[in-house]
Every structure is written in structure tokens, then in C-alpha cells.
Ligand binder design. Structure first.
Ligand SMILES: [Zn+2]
Length: 259
């Protein structure tokens, strides 16, 4: 069956610092996108990440400019995700405005605070100031956060944003996360990272939170994207649920739905 599959969670590798593949070099952007296509993925979205604390906002802006230039080269495949940083609230707010107004950006993240010097800092005054601007532009925020109270607090403080929590996790952690996704209207879950390999996870997630709250993602190039595509198919959800998870939920919350 020909289904559109949109990966909401990739990190394009543009040099050694931004390449998170553990066992090999990811190669050119074209090679990375060919990899994703070979796994059956039709489009991919996400931010460029570095594992260091930035000394100036210029370092963050450079990642965003790079993402925008990849979109210029691959407009039919890549949807840019931008970075912001709570150590630079004013600059981050202006950057959201620049990217959303001038470049039609719909997605922030994945934000990975633990790699960039702000572990689980998603409800500080600075971050809330930034999120308020993001809310004004109706941009979706994909973020990595291990703290249930922080996730809940953020979503409740900024009800105008659709937040996408990265990674289901496993066992008790997964159940806590998916129950929170069920409870909070503006919170979704992407299935990248740990989770899909625990057989039955996706069906359980759909049972608890509904298929409308689950979004396909891989965390490529850390992870093998084919594992996630086939992992979804193998759980034999309804066609509606499968299509929603693979693409329709993403298109709905980013307002990229054309029909
Ligand atoms: Zn990631």
C-alpha cells in the first residue's frame, strides 16, 4: 500500500560535530535523504543539533541557517526544524520571528537541552518568554524532556502551542508519558528512540491516548529508520490509525495539510 510517511524527528548531519550516527559517517545530505527514502520515508523534518553549550547565539543561528539552506536544496523532502536557546531569550524570540515570518518555518526542535546546556529547562522564565513568541506564530515544538512535572507545566502554561514529546521510552516511563499525552490536549508523542522495539507499545499508546496523538519519527541518523517504518506496519493498526501516525497528524498540527 502506498502510504505517505513523514518523519518528524531527524537531525541532518552537516559536519562531524552534527553527525550523531554511532557507527559510521552519515555522508552528504543527499545520501542521508536517500537512506530515509530507501526506508520508505517520503519527507523528513527536524533540527540540526550539536552537543555543546553555545558561547553566543550566532552558533544557534548558524544551525538554523543551515537547516533553511537544506530546505532550499531539497524543498520536496525536508521540512526545517529550528533551534532556540534559553540562555539567549531575546535573540531566540527574534529568531522565531525571522524564521516563521520570512521563511515559513512550522517546527521548532527537536530541542535537546541535555546536549546543549539546558537539561530539562523548559519552564524557566527565559524559556516561557520564548515559548510565548512561538505560540504567537503557532509553531509546533518538539522537545526532549525526562521530567513529567516539567512537561505538564510547560504544556499548561502555553496552551496555544502543540508540543510533541520526543521518545516513548519503555515500561513505567512509557506509561507515565503516554498517560500524560492522553491527559493534556496540546501534547503529542513522537515514536522515535526507545519504544517501538517493545512489541505492542504502539497499540498500547493508541489505546491509551488515541492514534491522533501519536506522530511518526525516527531520530535518524542515530537510529535505523527502517526499524521504525516496519515497526509501525507490523503492529497492524487500522488503516486510519496507521495513516494518521505516518503523516496526517503531522500535517494537521503543522497546518501543512493541503486537502
Ligand atoms: Zn533527536
Amino acid at each position: 500500500m502506498d502510504r505517505q510517511i513523514i518523519d518528524c524527528h531527524i537531525h541532518p548531519a552537516v559536519d562531524r560535530e552534527t553527525d550523531f550516527c554511532w557507527y559510521k559517517k552519515s555522508g552528504t545530505i543527499r545520501k542521508q535523504f536517500d537512506d530515509l527514502k530507501r526506508a520508505g520515508i517520503s519527507k523528513a523534518c527536524g533540527s540540526i543539533v550539536v552537543a555543546k553549550i553555545p558561547k553566543s547565539f550566532e552558533e544557534i543561528k548558524k544551525l538554523n541557517d543551515c537547516a533553511l539552506s537544506i530546505r532550499d536544496r531539497f524543498p520536496d523532502f525536508y521540512i526545517p526544524g529550528m533551534q532556540i536557546h534559553p540562555a539567549f531569550p531575546d535573540e531566540s524570540c527574534r529568531e522565531i520571528e525571522r524564521c516563521c515570518k520570512n521563511h515559513d518555518v512550522r517546527w521548532i526542535g527537536e530541542l535537546v537541552g541535555y546536549l546543549m546546556g539546558y537539561p530539562d529547562d523548559y519552564v524557566s522564565n527565559n524559556m516561557i518568554e520564548i515559548m510565548k513568541i512561538a505560540s504567537k506564530f503557532k509553531v509546533v515544538v518538539n522537545f526532549h524532556c525526562a521530567s513529567i512535572p516539567v512537561i505538564e507545566n510547560l504544556c499548561r502554561k502555553i496552551p496555544g502551542i502543540n508540543f510533541v514529546l520526543a521518545h516513548p521510552g519503555q515500561g513505567k516511563e512509557f506509561l507515565e508519558r503516554i498517560n500524560l499525552v492522553e491527559k493534556i490536549k496540546n501534547l503529542y508523542l513522537d515514536i522515535s528512540g526507545t519504544g517501538i522495539d517493545r512489541y505492542g507499545m504502539l497499540k498500547k499508546a493508541v489505546e491509551i491516548a488515541s492514534y491522533q496523538k501519536i506522530i511518526f519519527g525516527t531520530d535518524y541518523p542515530i537510529n535505523n529508520p527502517a526499524v521504525y517504518v516496519h515497526g509501525v506496519i507490523f503492529e497492524r493498526l487500522s488503516e486510519n490509525a496507521t495513516c494518521a501516525i505516518f503523516s496526517n497528524n503531522f500535517l494537521r498540527i503543522t497546518k501543512l495539510l493541503t486537502h
